[in-house]
Design a protein around this ligand. Structure first.
Ligand code: ZN
Length: 380
C-alpha cells in the first residue's frame, strides 16, 4: 500500500496536466498501478481515439449494493490566467495547497484513492466501495457517458453515489440541467453599398438574441421557480457570437452559442419551443438553423431519503443541505443507475477555474475524516 498522505497524493495528481484537451492517461495509469498494487480490481474504459480513459475501481463483495465515489480527472485550462505559482506544481502556503485542480477536483480524488487503499487493508467489507474517475467533464460531462452503461453491468446499483465536486464538504441535493446549442444564421453576401438588397446574417442573429432575451424575461416572471437556487428559475444565455468578414461586405454567416440551464420542473425542450416560437414570427425564420451541441440532466435528489440522513451522519448531523449553481455528472449517474446521488467534496467552487486555485488543508482533513467514518460503516 502507498504510504502517501492524501496531500502528498494530491500533489502527485496535480503534476499530471490533465487539461480537458489533453490526454489523462498518465494520471489514470498512475492511479491504476497504485490501486492494483493494493489488490483492487480496475476496469478502464477508453475514448474512441484511445487517448483518454475512465477508470472504475471496486473493492468488497460483488453481490451487494455499496457506495460509489465519483470524480473527474480533467481540469480547465490555465492559458491566459495570471498564476503566481506554477499551476501544475502544487505548493503549500498559509495552510492552503495551490495548483490547478486542487479544489476542482483532485483534492477529493486524492482522499477517495486513500479511502480505497485503506479499504483494501481491511479484513472484510460488508458492502463494496467503488471509485469512478472520468475524463472530459469540464467540456460537458462527455467522458463519463462511456462508462455509465458499463457500470450497470459491472456493479450492483449503489445505495449512494457521492460526486465529490467542491461543496466545502456540505451536501448538495440538486443542480440545474444544461443544454448547449448553436444557432447558425445564413444570410446573403453582397456589396454593402447595396445592403438592403441582401439578408444580413448579423441582423438575423440579432433576432435570435431577442428571442432568447424575451424568453428569459418570460421565464423570470414565473411561475416555475425553485427558491433553493441563487437564480431561482431556468436561465437562458448567449455566450458567444461570431459573424461578418469586413465592413463593406453584407455578412452571410453569423453563429451564436447559447445555453439553457433548467430547474427540474422545466424541461429544456419547452424553453427551446418558446425561442422557436418567437423566431417563427420574424421574416428571419427561414435563415436560421439550430444544432444541439451537448446536454446533461439536472440533479434533484429528495432531501427526505435515507441516503441524505446517512451522509449527514457521516459528516455532521447539522450539515446543511443546499442546491448548487454549477452542473455535475450526478444527473447522469442518477439517470443511469437510479441510485441516490449527492454532491459532497472538499474545497470551494469559488476558487475553481481561476488562477491561484487552492484547497485548504483543513478541507482535505475533513474529507479524510469523512472517509474514515464511511470505512467504519462498511466494515463487517
Ligand atoms: Zn468539477
Amino acid at each position: 500500500m502507498s504510504n502517501l498522505s492524501s496531500i502528498q497524493l494530491l500533489k502527485k495528481l496535480v503534476a499530471f496536466d490533465t487539461t480537458s484537451y489533453k490526454s489523462n492517461l498518465e494520471l489514470i495509469m498512475f492511479v491504476k498501478n497504485l490501486l492494483e498494487s493494493a489488490g483492487i480490481s480496475i476496469t478502464l474504459n477508453f475514448n474512441p481515439e484511445q487517448t483518454k480513459a475512465n477508470l472504475l475501481a471496486s473493492i468488497g463483495p460483488k453481490d451487494q449494493a455499496g457506495i460509489l465515489l465519483s470524480g473527474h480527472t480533467d481540469v480547465v485550462p490555465v492559458e491566459g490566467q495570471a498564476w503566481s505559482t506554477e499551476p501544475f506544481h502544487a505548493v503549500i502556503k498559509d495552510d492552503k495547497i495551490f495548483g490547478r485542480g486542487t479544489a476542482d477536483m483532485k483534492g477529493f480524488i486524492a482522499c477517495a484513492i486513500q479511502a480505497m487503499l485503506k479499504a483494501a487493508q481491511m479484513p472484510e467489507l460488508a458492502k463494496p466501495l467503488h471509485l469512478c474517475l472520468s475524463y472530459d467533464e469540464e467540456i460537458g460531462c462527455i467522458g463519463v457517458r462511456g462508462i455509465l452503461g458499463l457500470l450497470s453491468e459491472l456493479i450492483i446499483q449503489p445505495e449512494l453515489c457521492v460526486i465529490g465536486e467542491p461543496t466545502s464538504m456540505n451536501i448538495a441535493t440538486g443542480h440545474k440541467g444544461k443544454a448547449v446549442f448553436k444557432a447558425i444564421c445564413r444570410g446573403q453576401e453582397g456589396h454593402s453599398a447595396l445592403a438592403p438588397l441582401y439578408v444580413n446574417a448579423i441582423y438575423c442573429a440579432q433576432n435570435v438574441v431577442e428571442a432568447i432575451t424575451t424568453t428569459q424575461k418570460q421565464i423570470a416572471e414565473g411561475p416555475i421557480v425553485d427558491m433553493d437556487y441563487d437564480v431561482p428559475y431556468t436561465t437562458v444565455h448567449v455566450g458567444k457570437i461570431q459573424g461578418g468578414k469586413a465592413l463593406n461586405i453584407v455578412p452571410n454567416e453569423c453563429v451564436l452559442d447559447y445555453e439553457i440551464r433548467n430547474v427540474a420542473e422545466q424541461d429544456t425542450e419547452s424553453v427551446q419551443a418558446k425561442i422557436f416560437e418567437y423566431i417563427e414570427q420574424s421574416p428571419y425564420a427561414k435563415f436560421v438553423s439550430f444544432q444541439e451541441i451537448n446536454q446533461y440532466p439536472g440533479l434533484n435528489t429528495s432531501t427526505t431519503i435515507q441516503a441524505v440522513k446517512f451522509l449527514q451522519n457521516l459528516l455532521d448531523p447539522a450539515t446543511a443541505l443546499q442546491k448548487i449553481s454549477f452542473g455535475t455528472e450526478g444527473g447522469l449517474f442518477h439517470q443511469q443507475l437510479n441510485s441516490a446521488v449527492l454532491v459532497c467534496g472538499p474545497g470551494s467552487i469559488q476558487v475553481a477555474h481561476k488562477p491561484d486555485e487552492y484547497i485548504e488543508i483543513s478541507q482535505m482533513q475533513q474529507c479524510d475524516a469523512f472517509f474514515e467514518r464511511l470505512l467504519s460503516h462498511i466494515k463487517r
